[in-house]
Ligand binder design. Sequence first.
Ligand code: F6P
Length: 471
Amino acid sequence: MKIAFLNPQGNFDRTDAYLTEHPDFGGQLVYVKEVALALGRLGVHVDVLTRRIRDPQWHGFEDDIDDFGELADRVRIVRLPCGGDSFLAKERLWPHLPEMADAIVSFYGDQAPDFLTAHYADGGFLAACLQVRLGVGFTLTGHSLGAQKLDKLAGGGQSFEELEPRYRFAQRIAAERLAMARAARVITSTTEERLGQYGHALYRGAIDTSNDARFRVIPPGINTEIFHADAGKDDPAVLNRLRRMVRDPARRHVVVASRLDPKKNVAGVVEAFCVSPELADGAHLALFVRGVDDPWQGIDALRADEQAVLQPILERVRAAGLEDRVSFVNARSQRELAAAYRLFAASGSVFALPSLFEPFGLAPIEAAACGLAVVATRNGGPSEIFADGAGLLMDPEDPAAMAQAFVEGLNQHAELAAKGVERVLSTYTWDKTAKVYLDTISAASKEPLPAIEDGIPPLDASERIQAYLAG
Ligand code: F6P
C-alpha cells in the first residue's frame, strides 16, 4: 500500500526547526508527520507532498526529496513547485494549487499512490483536483475549518470585505465544501468536530453529518518516545538550562504552553492568576514563550502579533505586582518542552489549556503523558478527552472559575496525574491513530470513486458567505 499525504502549507524538516515559529508551522504538521511515520512503522509506503521552498529566510526545505531521518526507505517528504520559491503563508497558496496538482501528476506518472489523505482546505482542494486525474480516492482531515474562524472574526465586528484580503474565506470555504463532498471519508478528531463543526450552516448541502458512512472519528496521539513521565532520561544540561529560567523550580506552577495567539487566551490564565489571592499565594505561573529567554527585557525579539498578545500580559502582571511569581520558559524543541513538563510535574504543577475553543487539544495530552495534572477549556475536544475525569474542565471566559479550577487541580495533582498518564497511554498514541487510518483507507480504497459531473468548480463561496453573514 502506498499513501500520499497532501499538505501544501508550512513544510517539513527533520528537526521541526520552525515549529510554532509561524502559524503555518504548528499542530497540523506534527499530526501529518507522526501519522505518516506511524503508517511507515506498519509497513506502508508514504509520501508527504508539500511545497517546494527555496528561500534564504527559510532554510531546510531546498531538497525535492527528503525524509524525516527515520524510516527513510518508506516515508518520504516530496517537495513540489507551487507559486515560486519564496515562503508563502497558507492564505496565499490558492492561485498556485493547480500548479502543484500538475506537478504531482507528473511526479507520479503511471505509478500513482493507492490512496490520498488530504489535510486542511488547501490539501482537500488538491485532492479533489487529483481524484480523477490519478484515479484514486481520498480522506479529508480538516484540522481547522473556515466557518468557525469566520464566525469568530466576524463576531469581533469585522466585515467580510475587511476580512477577505487576509483570510480568503471565499476560496477556503468553497474548497472545504468541494473536498467534504468528494472525500471517501472525512476524518475528525472528536464527535463534536463531526457534528458541531461540519454541521455549520456554511457546509449545508456539502456533507450530511448524520451519515456515519461519510465520517470516521480518529483521535490523534502523542509521541511517547518524547512525551513520557520518566524524568530519569532527561539530559542534565537541558534540565539545568530550564531550571535557570524558572524562578523557583520547587514551587507548584500553573503551566501554560499555548501559542501567543488571541484565540489561545493566555491572557485569561494571567487574569485568573492576578484576581485570585488563593492561587497567587500558593502557586507560581510559568508561561512558555518560544524565541526569547526574558520577555521583560527582550520582547522585541518576538513577532509583532506575538508582542501584541504578550505586552498586555506583562503590563497586567506588573500592575498586580506579581512579577516575582511569573517565569518565562523558552523551550527550543519538543524534547525540551517535554523535559520542562516533567520538571514541573515533579513539583506537583498543573497544565492549563485556556483556549476560547480548542478543536482537539494535543497539548494537554502531551502534558498529561509527562505527569502534569490537566485543567483545560471545556470548549471543544478536551470535553471528550477528559470526559472520564482524567483532567478538569473550566470556562475559559471566567477568570474566577478558572482560578478555582487551578486550585482544585493543584490540590488533586497526584490523582489527576495518575489518571492522565493512564488515559493517554490507553487511547492517544500515534500508533493507534495510524492503525485506524489504515483500516479506514483500506476499506475506502475498495469502494468505487464518486461519479464527478462538474469537474472542479471555481473556488468562490463569497455569495454564500455574504448571505450567511446577512442572516
Ligand atoms: O498547526 C497550526 C495550524 O494547525 C495550521 O497549520 C492549521 O491549519 C491552523 O493551525 C489553523 O488554521 P486557521 O487558523 O486558518 O483555522
